[in-house]
Design a protein around this ligand. Structure first.
Ligand code: ADP
Ligand code: MG
Length: 613
């Protein structure tokens, strides 16, 4: 009997195995081909799709093209023009693995035409699995046209995993959206089975407009921060502009679209108490890190990266997001244009901008310096009257101006102070009506008070970190393997926040105290819950972050119970004190549960309601 059972795989099989990793579905082919076009410096790319990409994916570009010899090499495995220095840590292109064209042509019928301006003719190559028709000349043009037909014909089992053409087309559009946001100066046309979508070359803001729509531009803010070679820049939707899925969260690391748990997590944490739990913020974030601090070669489709110092990235991104959110958290979504534009829908160039025409600055407020909205309850309810806010120009989203003038207007890092004007009254003992330079403001007093209390409690808690609630009798429990590892990783931080414990040589943990703020909770249950969540999140969550989550939940619930309820009659004086306090409260645009606190009807909006424009 032959003893040797190990054999070399055939080249075709090797390519098909590689294709299994690189080409998950038609959208993966589109991604690879469009990235190749971008690497070839194309300024115009046309993508054609038939049957969700299964029968045809065509990508045509006006890039540098290929010479005849390169064309032959391009479909071989491990052939690339993109790693001249063989340095995997200094990659300037999307591609570097040299396997996409080889992989794709092992599972589909591929037809490539390419031309270089200085040549006398273009060249065409046809590849179907192992068989290649030698390159033959075609009429000269500048760029490359690739047609991928009958995807997975060579590996029919994969066909069964394809979804309907509509679903696959949507995946393709998602891929193109993602890439297009990073390349606003490239003109991209997508010709689908039924529809055609054009991304016109232009500014970053115009591209955002095509991908995320005008609503996003109106309801987002620009963010930019740089430190020690790390940079984050991008656009983030305000908290009330949230969605039911995370599909509109775009992350780029060193110009590469990525799916990254750490970055997603940072966004979730930053919006923790301003977006409802089952909703997701919208964001387009470009992160740049020193090339030696990130490994881009961790995923065959290059959609993931690995950071050298994840804690540093997390801290940098989270801090930038929180800071920006803090500055812009007064913004709310304007009333639905559908309500406000009964006769006409304004096109992009006709957007009406809020102006300063309405200038009733006078407030007839003569309030005491402090009073309680609800005398009988906790002193927390006492809202100190803030000093009068200096009136500044109300905020106009910088992007609105971009859209109008097609040019970048410098972003001001400080959001103008809020001005809620003066209260006019209360509708059926519920919503407050106020008038300010912004126009007419409707306020939900319960939601406003909730946020005010939460921010006040958060501030107080920040000053009391580490205050503990010791037990008369210590509580012991045997540590599980994962609890032991988690304590090893997060023990120091947990101690800093007031969890005091010791571990015996028999792996028994004895809890002596927990943070004072959690004293109403079952201490053992709480401690083990914290350990379980930290373990489950596998380093995505720091102890500090999670305790902050718990704290916000607790304070939020407490604040909700203690807030004035909707339906309580308020005096004008009380309403005005509430307005002054709102002006000074961070994240006032939404309550602890992510519901809006107020909405504004500008004078321009009123003009539209009354058909005056
Ligand atoms: P990689 O992009 O990792 O190099 P690919 O298999 O995607 O690997 O492409 C192989 C090579 O073919 C590229 O390095 C490039 O030189 C060439 N190539 C592929 N597509 C194009 C294109 N659209 N325009 C010009 N050259 C291309
Ligand atoms: Mg490539």
């Amino acid at each position: 009997m032959d003893k040797n059972i190990i054999r070399y795989l055939e080249q075709e099989l090797i390519n098909q195995i590689a294709a299994g990793e690189v080409v998950e579905r038609p959208a993966s082919v589109v991604k690879e081909l469009v990235e190749n076009a971008l690497d070839a410096q194309a300024t115009k790319i046309t993508v054609t799709i038939r049957q969700g990409g299964q029968s045809l994916i065509g990508v045509e570009d006006n890039g540098v093209g290929m010479a005849k010899e390169d064309l032959l090499l391009s479909v071989q495995r491990h052939t690339t023009s993109k790693l001249p220095s063989s340095d995997l840590w200094n990659i300037q292109h999307f591609g570097f693995r040299g396997e996409a064209l080889a992989a794709i042509s092992s599972i589909a019928r591929v037809h490539i035409e390419t031309g270089q301006a200085h040549e006398s003719s273009g060249w065409c190559l046809v590849v179907e699995g192992e068989s290649k028709i030698p390159p033959y000349p075609v009429s000269l043009f500048q760029g490359t046209r690739i047609q991928v037909k009958d995807l997975f014909y060579a590996t029919p089992a994969r066909l069964k995993f394809l979804r309907t053409p509509t679903v696959e087309s949507q995946h393709i559009l998602d891929v193109i959206e993602k890439i297009s946001l990073m390349h606003p100066h490239v003109h991209i046309i997508v010709k689908g089975d039924k529809r055609e979508k054009i991304y016109t070359a232009g500014s970053q803001e115009n591209r955002l407009l095509s991908v995320l729509g005008e609503d996003f531009l109106q309801n987002s803010f620009f963010l930019s921060e740089e430190k020690d070679g790390y940079k984050i820049e991008g656009y983030v939707g305000i908290p009330t502009f949230n969605r039911s899925t995370s599909d509109k969260q775009f992350f780029y690391v060193n110009h590469r679209p990525v799916r990254d748990k750490i970055l997603q997590h940072c966004l979730r944490m930053a919006f923790m108490d301003t977006v409802p739990k089952d909703r997701f913020p919208v964001a387009v974030l470009f992160i740049t890190v020193p090339p030696e601090d990130v490994d881009v070669n961790v995923h065959p489709a290059k959609t993931e990266v690995r950071f050298r110092d994840t804690a540093h990235v997390r801290q940098f991104v989270l801090h930038a997001l929180k800071q920006a959110l803090f500055l812009h958290s007064h913004k709310v979504i304007p009333l639905s244009p559908k309500i406000l534009e009964p006769i006409k829908h304004y096109t992009t160039s006709e957007i009406i901008y809020p102006t300063q025409s309405f200038h009733d600055r006078q407030r007839d407020v003569s309030s005491p310096t402090s009073f309680s909205l609800h005398e009988t309850e906790s002193p927390v309810l006492s809202i100190p009257l803030m000093e009068k806010t200096v009136t500044e120009k109300p905020s106009v989203h910088p992007s609105l101006s971009f859209v109008k003038h097609h040019e970048k207007i410098p972003f001001s890092p400080k959001e103008p102070a809020m001005d809620f004007g003066h209260a006019l009254g209360q509708i059926q003992n519920a919503y407050i009506v106020a008038q300010s330079a912004m126009g007419l403001i409707l306020i939900d007093p319960h939601a406003a008070h909730e946020r005010i209390l939460l921010e006040k409690l958060k501030k107080e808690w920040g000053q009391n970190i580490g205050v503990i609630q010791p037990f008369l009798l210590s509580l012991s429990f045997p540590l599980t393997e994962s609890e032991h590892t988690t304590l090893h990783l997060h023990g120091e931080s947990l101690k800093k926040y007031g969890f005091s414990y010791t571990v015996s040589s028999e792996e028994v943990c004895t809890l002596h105290a927990i943070p004072e703020i959690f004293k109403m909770h079952d201490p053992l249950f709480l401690f083990r819950h914290v350990l379980a969540v930290l373990h489950q999140e596998e380093g995505m969550l720091t102890a500090e972050n999670f305790i902050e989550v718990l704290r916000n939940q607790l304070l939020g619930e407490w604040g909700c119970k203690k807030s004035i309820w909707l339906g309580k009659k308020l005096s004008l004086e009380e309403m005005n004190v509430l307005l002054r306090t709102m002006e000074k409260t961070p994240h006032i645009a939404q309550c602890n549960h992510g519901r809006p606190v107020y909405c504004v009807i500008s004078v321009e909006d009123m003009g539209r309601l009354f058909h005056r424009r």
